[in-house]
Design a protein around this ligand. Structure first.
Ligand code: HEC
Length: 155
């Protein structure tokens, strides 16, 4: 009987660990953002999305100047670098985990690389970086925006 009770408590502990790991894997940041941050982020995302569409057609038609301009614009839109007040910065850091910040930084670094590849008229490199950027969209949305983009939860 004692043995059975031990087994049950081990089972419960394992379940608790499993649950907290699942929460770690996909914890949406959206409910934790202040209204202002949420508005800024959505605005940034819409401009990123439209820049990515323009980059796509410019890249496949060899319009390097346009690729460079749009990639530079994505790089500069970095929300963490925007003119956020000190309070906004604190709110942002309180709302998002480190992994989110890392992904955001990686994403904007890729955009800078894409601008460089465009300056060098290197289409193959642009293609590679463009795909990596698309991978960043999916990685961040599936991990941190799983509440809104529930079609990505299996990623
Ligand atoms: C580091 C994380 C991160 C990366 C990288 C990222 N996004 Fe997002 N995206 C978000 C978050 C968070 C939201 C939800 C914001 C909200 O609803 O408050 C969002 C929302 C969006 C939306 C909806 C905007 C709206 O009007 O509500 C679009 C479109 C979007 N992202 C496009 C993209 C594209 C395209 C890429 C890649 C080229 C990308 N995102 C990369 C975090 C990210």
């Amino acid at each position: 009987m004692k043995y059975y009770r031990k087994l049950v408590s081990v089972g419960l502990a394992l379940t608790a660990i499993g649950l907290s790991l699942a929460a770690l894997a996909a914890e949406p940041v959206t409910p934790k953002l202040t209204d202002k941050l949420s508005r800024l982020l959505q605005q940034e995302m819409r401009s990123v999305q439209s820049a990515m569409a323009t980059i796509h057609v410019s890249m496949v038609t060899g319009d390097h100047k346009q690729v460079e301009a749009q990639a530079q614009q994505i790089h500069d839109s970095f929300i963490l670098k925007q003119s956020l007040t000190e309070q906004d910065k604190k709110d942002l850091m309180a709302a998002v985990p480190e992994g989110f910040v890392t992904l955001d930084k990686d994403f904007h670094r890729l955009a800078a690389g894409l601008a460089d590849a465009a300056k060098n008229k290197d289409t193959q490199k642009q293609y590679k970086l463009y795909n990596k950027m698309t991978g960043s969209c999916i990685a961040c949305h599936s991990q941190y925006v799983s509440d809104r983009f529930d079609g990505l939860t299996e990623q």
